[in-house]
Design a protein around this ligand. Structure first.
Ligand code: GLC
Ligand code: GLC
Length: 811
């Protein structure tokens, strides 16, 4: 069953009912100011950091689900309703929600009144614009009341939901004309305030929640709205809100537009005040000036569209498969941008107060984003590297506002350092900008202790080499990619963190996954050394990589597939000798991506074992058989009920590794089959089971051992976005940025006739036509560039601002 459809021409997903199986959301904002908005206008916004600068309040896990947001209430002669359906939930005569790239349009209609709400964050603007267009579609004049509503968060979202003994006394607002200013704590150390402004004179307002809603009412029946009259309340402590009130009359067929701006402002210390305790509103007023008229809104929307036109023009696929085209050209790059901005901080499953930016997550997110805005990727790499320790280890997370490492979680996740090499290599392959390697970057954010980025990569590489266990394989530390495989933890008491309990410095537990990563990513490090002319060091690195590969053959293969790990007692994990957890997905993907086992048949066997033991109709589960009971020597992975999360759920992030691995062994039909299993545009018709948005990937889909296999959770913020984009754009469609040019190396289903890709790369545009006359899965027979055949499969760097015609024949 589906709840909407793709409008590819407008790059929108159109939702036709407010009652989706779960709130289906969108993100507003590109760089500093962000909003989450659901198909019923729920959600919240924040400036840079969802925990420390939360602008509006949102209660997670509420009942009904998704209660609270940007609401517009209508009182039409006693008939109270909301055009987004929530929170009043009155039946609508018409409803539609269009989630587009950086904006959302919601339209609701009842009794001849149609209300359209456009919400977006303009480029380079620290606020949301809500444009409301109200049309009287009836035959007679309509007289009705309109109320806006948002609830302020007292900035620190954690404090806001816990520290009421203080918070209920600190709230402060100012009202001036149609602008409501929120200035809690501005009197002391904060230099920021927020405002909610309307471009139209109000007939009243409210800023005190109790006055507007009523102590015992809910969002569905605010007493001021029921009464059809605002109370002009001024909040002193308790819960400040912002609500504008308008008394409106529209003739038959008449339309009225009101523009609202919900903005965030920072003032320099010396310009904080206008007079005693009156905030300086100069900057806010300048922001209001920018959106006085619908023309200004149109212009800002055009700029937003142009911005996305430009970003999406870097990689454009034309194939016979619409579901594929829309993922590659629109939704997957869009999700990559969102994961790049949010990391794992704020979604409808991530509360915005827990984790900051993940070291490994952000490095991987960058893989799907780097071609869109390489300058921002460059900055991100340097920020991340600055949280690395001198010994090559690194903080597992850092806070986006301060860019400092997070002490609570600390370090000791031994895969982390290697991801920095992969991200840096991806940046250089895209841009050719080797200068990043010479940047001076701090250790542990200490500006007095710096080294070049290349030196940081050296520390990353040798962090593995210096931390090998009894089999010569990498020590796992607190965990590797699988945060839940905690082999040094041994926690038996609830409330202890699986990740930070126990000694991460155990010298026995080893990870075959990190070993595979070392062989996969290590060669990038040695390639960079060679570019720098440091051949001896590169030779040494290559030797260490080769040694690691041999160790995997000796101690990391179980006969039919790659082992997962050795535990703290030197026992195998992910082996046929185990009763449960006999096979894990991650080492099969990573080792084969590294080319391990291609020469001796291990790779094919491992991938066949994945098919036989791990594959389901909804993707590949993480391990099998699932763990049935908690085992403190393995940690959190055994804490989940079978079929969920890391205990045999389909953890989508690692599925693309198998997809990539299948292309390494040349099985394009298989690779694409697996791609379709987890790619949301192919799952639209099972939305009732799948539950989450059919335009973005979810982190997890319930596995075969779960009660409802195929049910997804945790949509949006997942490494699946970057990795599936990498898998489809580079490993299947085969357009691979490389150090010396654009490598063409497709691996596709045999029945494909061909496709074209328009790729912008280092200052030129490549119009690439790939044809497959002999219906092979892999192999390039010939390539002509601008009419001339080239040898090899690397397209040269032109950097001439021109278009180049590329004809590729597979065979
Ligand atoms: C809070 C504290 C209490 C303190 C009082 C006055 O109630 O809990 O310990 O004495 O404030 O500062
Ligand atoms: C979460 C984490 C990611 C980790 C994965 C598997 O998605 O953000 O860092 O690799 O879980 O445990």
């Amino acid at each position: 069953m589906r709840f909407g459809y793709f409008d590819d021409a407008n790059r929108e997903y159109v939702i036709e009912t407010p009652k989706t199986p779960y709130p289906w959301i969108n993100y507003l904002g590109n760089e500093s100011f962000f909003g989450l908005i659901s198909n019923t206008s729920g959600g919240y916004c924040f400036y840079k950091d969802a925990r420390l600068r939360r602008v509006t309040r949102y209660r997670y896990n509420n009942i009904p689900v998704d209660n609270g947001g940007r609401y517009f209430y209508i009182n039409d002669n006693g008939d109270v309703w909301t055009p987004g359906w929530m929170p009043v939930r009155k039946d609508l005569d018409a409803y539609e929600c269009r989630h587009g790239l950086g904006y959302t349009k919601i339209r609701g209609e009842r009794n001849g009144l149609s209300v359209s709400q456009l919400s977006f964050v303009p480029l380079k603007f620290d606020g949301e614009v809500h444009q409301l267009t109200i049309k009287n579609k009836s035959n007679g004049e309509k007289h009705f009341k309109l109320f806006s509503f948002i609830e302020w968060c007292l900035w620190n979202a954690w404090d806001d939901m816990t520290n009421f003994q203080r918070n209920f006394s600190t709230g402060e607002v100012e009202v001036e004309g149609s602008a409501i200013y929120h200035k809690t704590e501005y009197r002391e150390r904060r230099n920021h305030y927020a405002f909610y402004w309307a471009n139209t004179p109000v007939d009243g307002f409210d800023t005190d929640r109790e006055a507007f809603i009523g102590l015992y009412n809910g969002f569905d029946c605010p007493q001021a709205v029921l009464a059809g009259q605002a109370t002009n309340s001024i909040a002193h402590g308790w819960q400040p809100i912002a609500s504008h009130y308008f008394d409106l009359t529209l003739k038959a067929g008449e339309e009225k537009t009101i523009i609202f701006v919900l903005g965030y402002v920072e003032n320099p210390e010396e310009e904080k005040w206008e007079s005693l305790n009156v905030i300086n509103k100069k900057r806010a007023k300048a922001m209001q000036e920018q959106f006085k008229s619908p023309d200004q809104v149109d212009k800002a929307m055009q700029e937003l569209r142009a911005y996305w036109d430009e970003l999406l023009s870097v990689y454009v696929l034309k194939s016979d498969d619409d579901k594929l085209n829309r993922m590659v050209n629109i939704w997957n790059p869009y999700q990559c941008m969102v994961t790049f901005n949010m990391s794992r901080s704020a979604s409808y499953f991530e509360s915005g107060i827990g984790r900051g930016m993940g070291f490994r997550d952000s490095n991987q997110d960058l893989l799907g984003f780097v071609h869109q805005i390489p300058e921002r990727a460059r900055e991100r790499i340097l920020d991340i590297a600055a949280t690395q320790f001198e010994d090559g280890g690194c903080y597992h997370q850092y806070q986006p506002l301060t860019k400092k490492g997070n002490h609570d979680i600390g370090g000791g996740f031994n895969d982390d350092p290697l991801w920095l090499i992969l991200a840096t290599a991806a940046y250089i392959k895209e841009t050719g900008d080797y200068s990043i390697l010479d940047e001076q970057v701090p250790f542990d954010c200490n500006p007095n202790n710096t080294a070049t980025l290349l030196e940081h990569l050296t520390r990353s590489f040798y962090h593995v080499v210096n931390n090998l266990g009894p089999h010569g394989l990498p020590l796992i530390g607190r965990a590797d990619w699988n945060d839940c495989l905690n082999l040094n933890c041994f926690s038996t008491t609830p409330d202890e963190s699986f990740q930070t309990y126990g000694d991460p410095n155990g010298r026995v537990a080893e990870s075959i996954f990190i070993a595979g990563m070392f062989v996969f990513i290590g060669p990038e490090y040695s390639a960079l050394l060679r570019y720098k002319g440091r051949n001896e060091e590169a030779d040494k690195a290559d030797k260490l990589i080769e040694e690691m590969k041999q160790k995997i053959y000796e101690h990391g293969y179980d006969g039919e597939w790659f082992l997962r790990a050795y535990d703290a007692f030197g026992r195998k994990i992910g082996s046929k000798e185990n009763e449960e957890g006999q096979i894990f997905i991650e080492p099969q993907g990573m080792c084969v991506m590294a080319g391990i086992g291609v020469e001796n048949g291990y790779a094919i066997k491992a991938l066949d074992a994945v098919k036989e033991r791990l594959e389901t109709p909804y993707g590949i589960v993480l391990n099998d058989p699932p763990y049935q009971r908690y085992d403190k020597s393995k940690g959190e992975i055994t804490s989940y009920p079978p079929g969920y999360k890391e205990n045999a759920g389909v953890f989508c992030h690692n599925n693309p590794w198998i997809i990539c691995a299948e292309t390494v062994v040349g099985r394009g039909t298989r690779a694409f089959e697996l791609y379709k299993k987890i790619t949301p545009s192919y799952l639209q018709d099972i939305s009732d089971l799948h539950k989450t948005e059919p335009y973005v990937y979810s982190q997890m889909v319930a596995g075969k051992a779960a009660a409802r296999p195929g049910e997804a959770k945790n949509s949006w913020l997942t490494g699946t976005a970057a990795w599936t984009f990498t898998a489809i754009s580079q490993w299947i469609l085969g357009i691979q940025p490389d150090y010396n040019g654009l490598r063409i190396n497709p691996c596709i289903p045999a029945d494909w006739k061909g496709y074209t890709v328009r790729r912008k790369f280092r200052g030129a545009t490549y119009n690439i036509t790939i044809s497959n006359p002999n219906h092979v899965e892999k192999g390039v027979k010939s390539i002509t560039v601008d009419g001339k055949e080239i040898s090899g499969n690397i397209l040269p760097v032109f950097n001439d601002g021109k278009e180049h015609d590329v004809q590729v024949v597979m065979g």
